[in-house]
Design a protein around this ligand. Structure first.
Ligand code: NAP
Ligand code: GDD
Length: 322
């Protein structure tokens, strides 16, 4: 009989890639989706008829218990979150409810319905924030710099705690930034690739950005979902940094993206203080040695290839709309 997995956050960037992967691996895939006034299934529309979508919300524990009782998954991937760092200053309590306490609701639901379920928590390199070591490893102390980062630290530690308190097979993937043509338009990579494509097509003449000096360890989202699955196939649960080991600035991102669209970024990027954050994470770069050794982690696309892929996808999509 096919194994069954539940993805919380299936409508997001990572959820859509993970759903594709698990279907390829022969899983029955159940996705928990929250109610909205308009349907937002764009990222999973191409596979929707192969998925079981069920209602539920990280704010509502009974709905999670109901999903687990009715669908009996063997693996649960919690990718659900208020995931945009900038929004977390404007909505710190909501971010804490969803991104922090939401994890406890899922863990408690697992503990009460079926403690044999294997659990994946989407932790984040934002937990390192004002970094205490370069590069960052599983042993680097956390110093979050946003309400989102603080919420993710809670989510990480409650996962560790339920593992240690109740013996759950609960793993935490400390993933560094990962991007794709399915990335939300508000995140800087997609904002820049989509912006460069719009400038190239004459739709706008510039893109407004904040801090161009911030550095990130950016990888390709489709590579990262494979490693989530690998974590749940290990005999023992654990915590894993997943990163490329390379870091690049927002300015370098702009240079590559605009050049892939045949443009010089200096002619089309403006600084707008609205996009400067109250506290910044200046530099992230991860050391993925443990994930390489124990999970066989490797990336398929380098940074330049990723940016070029995203620009081409944005150009094609915008041209198709004309
Ligand atoms: P994303 O595109 O923003 O997707 C977030 C998902 O969470 C969406 O499906 C969203 O549903 C769902 N969600 C939000 N609030 C919810 C609630 N109250 N109840 C149930 N579901 C809710 O994020 P992503 O880039 O795929 O990232 C996936 C996870 O990895 C997130 O937890 C993120 O914080 C974490 N992470 C991401 C990265 C990265 O670079 N992408 C790195 C490290 C960690 P709607 O579609 O209805 O909004
Ligand atoms: N979004 C955005 N918009 N970021 C900008 C802009 C802008 O106009 N201008 C400069 N930046 C800088 C931000 O200040 C930040 O330093 C960097 O670009 C990356 O910002 P985001 O793409 O919004 O991502 P993030 O690093 O804050 O958070 C993402 O990665 C985390 C993992 O480290 C999100 O996916 C989080 O959910 C994830 O946990």
């Amino acid at each position: 009989m096919a194994r069954r997995a539940l993805i919380i956050g299936i409508t997001g960037q990572d959820g859509s890639y993970l759903a594709e992967l698990l279907l390829e691996l022969g899983y029955d895939v159940v996705g928990m989706v929250r109610r909205s006034s308009t349907v937002n299934f764009e990222r999973i529309a191409h596979i929707q008829d192969r998925l079981t979508l069920v209602p539920g919300d990280l704010l509502d524990e009974a709905s999670i218990v109901e999903v687990l009782r009715s669908h009996r998954p063997e693996e649960v991937y919690n990718l659900g979150a208020q995931s945009f760092v900038q929004t977390s200053w404007g909505q710190p309590v909501l971010t804490g409810e969803v991104t922090a306490l939401g994890v406890t609701r899922v863990l408690d639901a697992i503990r009460m319905t079926d403690p044999e379920i294997r659990f994946y928590q989407a932790s984040s390199s934002e937990m390192f924030g004002k970094v205490q070591q370069v590069p960052q490893t599983e042993a680097t102390p956390f110093y979050p710099r946003s309400p989102y980062g603080v919420a993710k630290v809670y989510g990480h530690w409650i996962t560790v705690n339920y593992r240690e308190s109740y013996g759950l097979h609960a793993s935490s993937g400390i993933l560094f930034n990962h991007e794709s043509p399915r990335r939300g338009l508000e995140f800087v990579t997609r904002k820049v690739t989509h912006g460069a494509a719009r400038v190239a097509l004459g739709l706008v003449d510039h893109v407004s950005l904040g801090n161009l000096d911030a550095q990130r360890d950016w990888g390709y989202a489709a590579d990262f979902v494979w490693v989530m699955w690998r974590m749940l196939q290990q005999d023992q649960p654990g915590d894993y940094v997943v990163a490329t080991g390379e870091t690049h600035s927002v300015a370098e991102l702009c240079e590559l993206a605009f050049s892939a669209a045949g443009l010089d970024w200096r002619d089309h990027v403006r600084i707008d203080p609205r996009f400067i954050r109250p506290a910044e994470v200046d530099l992230l770069v991860g050391d993925p040695a443990k994930a390489e050794r124990e999970l066989g982690w490797e990336r398929t696309l380098d940074f330049a290839g990723l940016v070029e892929t995203m620009v081409k996808a944005d150009l094609a999509a915008l041209e198709a709309q004309r």
